[in-house]
Design a protein around this ligand. Sequence first.
Ligand code: PGA
Length: 253
Amino acid sequence: MRKPMAVANWKMNKNGEETRQFLRDYMAQASGITGAEAVICPPFTLLATVQQEIGSPAALARGAQNCFWEDKGAYTGEISAPMLKELGCSYVIIGHSERRLIMGENDEQINRKLKAVLQCGLVPILCVGETLQQRENKAALTVVKNQLDKNLQGLHVQPGQLVIAYEPVWAIGTGVNASSDDAQEMIACIRSRLRELFNDELASATRILYGGSVREDNAADLMAKPDIDGALIGGASLEADSFVRIARIIAHG
Ligand code: PGA
């Protein structure tokens, strides 16, 4: 059984006081959400605050939004997987389209980062997805398959140690989400590619999320699909009320 996930991707938002307020609101409202795993991915600077406020990852698990592939050394400005582990992270988002497109991260770098995260015993949340132009050119399936092949090359991964998020670039932060049918189609293809690259056990155990303008009013429709195991939520995760409501929908989906 794949436990569904509600993952908050805060991107470059919030300061310490806003984070403490979010966590107070979240803890006041989130009791009883047992059917989904809630994960919060704040900026690096706020991970220690989250760890101080919420000791147990069982109440709210933590993730980072990126990391470097080396454990330590002369890499000014970078943060390693062991550093994130020390701050209580269980997850690391890798290959988000904002990093691929704005920071120019390439498939080889993403592959190295995935290996470093796994090596450290953390679970990567690998983001894949096509641009609008690629979808209009009917290249979406090829683009995503290609990302998977390159990003996952040579990975030693056990069932349950990998999460994938399908995030069509044109749906991120635009208010235009993929239809549940299109998301299901792509996510089923991702699962079958995992079967080919690894094995059936890994493909069946891997949680595959949808991300891109997930809100309260479209979450139920998306979660009703058999292969969609949760959501990576940007804008709608910044308010505790809306994140909790979406997490509840995911838990019951
Ligand atoms: P969004 O972002 O929910 O604001 O579209 C999702 C993401 O980029 O992970």
